[in-house]
Design a protein around this ligand. Structure first.
Ligand SMILES: Cc1ncc(COP(=O)(O)O)c(C=O)c1O
Length: 443
């Protein structure tokens, strides 16, 4: 297919000022090859952000593609309304085996809806127990959980969401710690935890649950939690009888070097959400997992109205569930977590050079997640050549054959999880050259 004459004017792009979107300039992706996108002029772009943090194997993992094709041949669609299909039953069992402590799987089709389901489950759990006053959520500042109303309420980002403020739920937002320059003492964690405990002491009667990303906040600036922070929060939730709702949408299945991040953090959620890497990026699928303790409160007679009143058209999609089953089998077959851990050491080494550049204020990395924060005289760098820094870096990277996005002045390197050493090196080297150029420009 020749896409040079493609009429692209009718697409409204996410998080994009369309006035600045130049239709003739922008790249049309024609195919995927290994860990790269290939455009209509046969130029290829190595994917430095795993296609919004979901791609695991690149684009040509035949095992996943073949299993999806087979599934399309046998049952291309069936929902969970009054029916069940084999892939959704098998995947639920598989997930319960991997995600220790969890007992039931609720299916949706993207991260935001998985979180919405989690919030409704939490509220109804307390409702079904007769504790209707427990309806507020406590959450971390800089958290991000998606773009629907509930998600924006618990993951409020002022720069984006202020126009929708009047729609949002009232939530309690508390500070979150982050590892900076590999130093963060235990005492600092205690300060954060103490503040949270003080709130819970006063308000736990009204709080339904604590919602937080598991292991690290990514969209909020690549904030990696210090050791034990998540465990301490988990302990507090138990002590004050509020639910712990963990968002592993971006961090689950290996991003930080662990298959299930909450296990690595020694925390015990009541509800946990996965999406993104669940199908390796091959199909939109998300899950909200709960313990028996939660699920059992939803049991009763039909007219008791204890059932969960939530469900989407594409719930338990057999093609998505098949993709996820094959994806998870591959993780085991190639011991992907081990490979991620080895590559995380490679990334760590490659990043050392950045510290020599004055404008690199901070480099935060764990597993295959990395944020490089750029500042000049301790102020975030906002513009380069009269262009917002994010746009500048994205354009320069594309010119060099790498696809990247930043979080404002923070460059993110979030590669496909099965990426090889060579490709990883190319991504980091490209970023280094761009940061070096920025440093020269703003001197
Ligand atoms: C931690 C986290 N939660 C939720 C979401 C929302 O997922 P989706 O974009 O699929 O709605 C994201 C998306 O980036 C995320 O990073």
């Amino acid at each position: 297919m020749n896409s040079n004459n493609l009429d692209k004017r009718y697409v409204w792009h996410p998080y994009t000022q369309m006035k600045l979107w130049n239709n003739s300039d922008n790249i049309t992706i024609q195919s995927g090859r290994s860990f790269s996108f290939v455009d209509s002029n046969e130029r290829s772009y190595l994917d430095g952000i795993s296609n919004m943090w979901c791609n695991v194997w690149g684009h040509d993992r035949t095992e996943i593609i073949d299993s999806m094709k087979n599934q399309l041949d046998t049952l291309p669609h069936s929902s969970l309304f009054g029916l069940i299909n084999e892939p959704s039953a098998k995947l639920a069992k598989r997930l319960i085996t991997i995600a220790k402590g969890m007992s039931k799987v609720f299916y949706t089709d993207n991260g935001s809806t998985a979180i919405e389901a989690a919030l409704k489950i939490a509220i109804q759990y307390w409702n079904n127990k007769g504790k209707t006053q427990k309806k507020e959520f406590i959450c971390l500042k800089n958290g991000y959980h998606g773009d629907t109303i509930g998600c924006m309420s618990i993951g409020y980002v002022d720069g984006y969401f202020s126009p929708y403020r009047s729609l949002l739920l009232k939530t309690i937002k508390v500070d979150s710690p982050t590892i900076r320059h590999e130093k963060f003492g235990q005492q600092d964690i205690e300060q954060y935890v103490d503040k949270i405990e003080n709130i819970l002491k006063r308000k736990s009667q009204k709080i339904s649950g604590m919602v937080m990303e598991s292991g690290a906040q990514i969209a909020g600036g690549v904030n990696i939690y210090p050791n034990k922070f998540q465990k301490e929060i988990s302990d507090l939730c138990k002590k004050y009888d509020i639910l712990l709702i963990l968002d592993e949408i971006a961090t689950g299945f290996g991003r930080l070097g662990n298959m299930i991040e909450y296990k690595a953090q020694r925390s015990e959620p009541d509800i946990v959400c996965f999406a993104k890497a669940l199908t390796g990026g091959y199909f939109p699928l998300a899950v909200t997992l709960t313990t028996f303790k939660i699920f059992n409160e939803f049991l009763g007679d039909y007219w008791d109205k204890r059932q969960l009143f939530h469900g989407h058209t594409f719930t338990g999609h057999p093609v998505g569930c098949t993709a996820a089953l094959t994806n998870l089998a591959l993780y085991e077959k190639v011991n992907l977590i081990r490979k991620i851990r080895i590559n995380s050491l490679v990334l760590d080494r490659l990043l050392k050079r950045f510290a020599e550049l004055d404008i690199c204020y901070d480099i935060r990395n764990k597993g295959l997640l990395c944020g490089i924060e750029l500042r000049k005289e301790n102020k975030p760098i906002k513009m380069i050549d009269k262009v917002p820094i994010g746009q500048y870096i994205a354009r320069e990277s594309l010119k060099k054959g790498v696809y990247l996005r930043t979080l404002g002045n923070i460059i993110t390197i979030i590669p496909p999880l099965a990426i090889g050493k060579e490709d990883l090196t190319k991504i980091v080297d490209t970023e280094y050259q761009i940061v070096e150029k920025i440093q020269q420009k703003i001197r």
